[in-house]
Every structure is written in C-alpha cells, then in structure tokens.
Ligand binder design. Structure first.
Ligand code: SAH
Length: 233
C-alpha cells in the first residue's frame, strides 16, 4: 500500500504545488504516494460559512473554530484511520530526519494546516493532533510547512530516489552535516577539486569526507555535534 496524504486546508489550490514536479511528481504518477485535499470551509455552516472567530479573552487576529475543524478531521480521518494526525504549528516539536523517516515507513498522514492565529486548543486535545514545526519562525499558514514535510517524506519512499544509497550519507542521517561536494570542471576560477577526491583511493576518500563532515558539524551545529559525540558516533 502506498503512502496516503490528506491535507486539510483553506487553500487546496496550493497542492500539490511543487510536489507535482521532479521526483515527487513522478512518484505520484507511479502511484507511490497519493494526495487528497479537503477544503475546511466545506464543513462550516451558516450564511457566511465562517471557519474562524475572535479569540476568547481578547487580542488580535482570529482563531480557527474547533467545531468546524472537528467535522473536517472526522470526515478526512475516521477514528479507525491508522494514519497519524499532524497539525503544522510553530509550537510543535521541530521536524527532524528521524520523524521524517518514521512517517515514510507508515501508511501516510493527515495534515491540518492552520491559518490566522492558529486553532482552538480543544480541537488539538480531542482529536489528538501531533503538533509539528518546521522551524523557529512564523509562517502565515501551515501549507508551506506541509509541503516541506511531504517533500522530505516522499523522497524516502521506496523506489522514489533513483539511487537509494544516496540517502544514507546525507546530512543528518549519520548525525552529521554532509561533507562538501565537488564535480567537474576540475579547475574553477583557479580552485581545483581537492586532490584526495581524484586519488581513486576509496578508504582515503571516505576518511577525508568524514573528517570534513565532523569539522563542519562542530563549527556550524554544536547541538548536533554534542549529540553525535554522546551517541558514540
Ligand atoms: N499565533 C501563532 C502563529 C500562527 S501562524 C503562534 O504564535 O504560535 C498561522 C499558521 O501557520 C499556524 O496555525 C500553523 O499552521 C502555520 N505555521 C506558522 N509557522 C509555522 C512553523 N514554524 N511550523 C509549522 N507551521 C507553522
């Protein structure tokens, strides 16, 4: 069974967006993953079909209503749907390669994209939503965050990346950032490709790459470096 994504959004026309091109697009054509969008507004009632209202307690902006969202979630993912229910949210656990990998081995995901000031807390609690962040900055909506998450997941699905081994040496996979990469021309603006990479000596090349990856990680991401060392990496 292939990976099935259901996106709940006020802007379904933002999907598949970039995911219809390149690897992800081809993989969708090949049936390796499927995408469904649900227009949240279809679950609003009343003349104006409001999906949001003013925040209890006052303050700026609008909050998405629990009742409208609950109907949308229950429609998209009945109680026996095995897929995790995610809410894109700057308050969530920061997305990392480990969670991406877990999602890629599962049946799919139901992804709720927030707008305005976010969603009513009771929706998060009653529908058991896992809040997921794509970084410590604020987007105007969850849609670009959902595209980021799906992009990262889809490239890991079986048969999607041409060369499956290329996933294993990448940034984060071994707890390190990736080593620098080079390709032809051999000389670019007086800078040659490092000799070792042209030596044909695979052991030396591997040692050089590892040393460069460690150097880079130590300098740029002390947090990753500490975890790598503690993990005995
Ligand atoms: N008032 C909220 C921000 C709302 S931004 C707060 O301060 O926490 C509107 C919507 O954009 C959110 O509901 C969420 O779905 C999405 N969003 C914004 N930043 C995000 C991030 N870093 N990661 C994931 N989703 C994000």
């Amino acid at each position: 069974m292939s990976f099935r994504a259901t996106i709940l959004t006020l802007y379904p026309e933002m999907f598949p967006g970039s995911l219809d091109l390149s690897l992800a697009g081809k993989a969708r054509e090949a049936g390796r993953w499927a995408l469904e969008t649900v227009q949240i507004r279809d679950f609003a009632t009343g003349k104006h079909r409001n999906v949001d209202d003013t925040p209890a307690g006052g303050g700026a902006g609008m909050v998405m209503r629990a009742d409208v969202l609950a109907r949308a979630v229950d429609h998209a993912a009945p109680a026996d749907d095995p897929r995790p229910r995610l809410l894109m949210s700057p308050r969530g656990r920061p997305l990392d390669q480990r969670r991406v990998r877990e999602l890629a081995t599962g049946p799919g995901a139901v992804i709720l994209c927030g707008r305005f000031e976010g969603v009513d807390q009771r929706l998060i609690e009653t529908r058991d939503l896992e809040e997921v962040s794509v970084g410590d900055y604020v987007l105007s909506g969850g849609e670009p965050a959902a595209l980021v998450l799906l992009d990262a997941v889809i490239r890991l699905l079986p048969g999607v990346m041409g060369n499956d081994a290329s996933g294993e040496e990448e940034s984060f996979e071994g707890g390190l950032l990736e080593h620098p990469q080079y390709t032809r021309p051999q000389l670019f603006e007086e800078r040659p490709i490092p000799d070792v990479l042209l030596s044909g000596n695979h052991a030396r090349i591997a040692a050089w790459r590892r040393a460069e990856a460690e150097k880079l990680t130590r300098r740029r991401r002390p947090d990753l470096w500490m975890a790598y060392k503690d993990g005995g990496g």
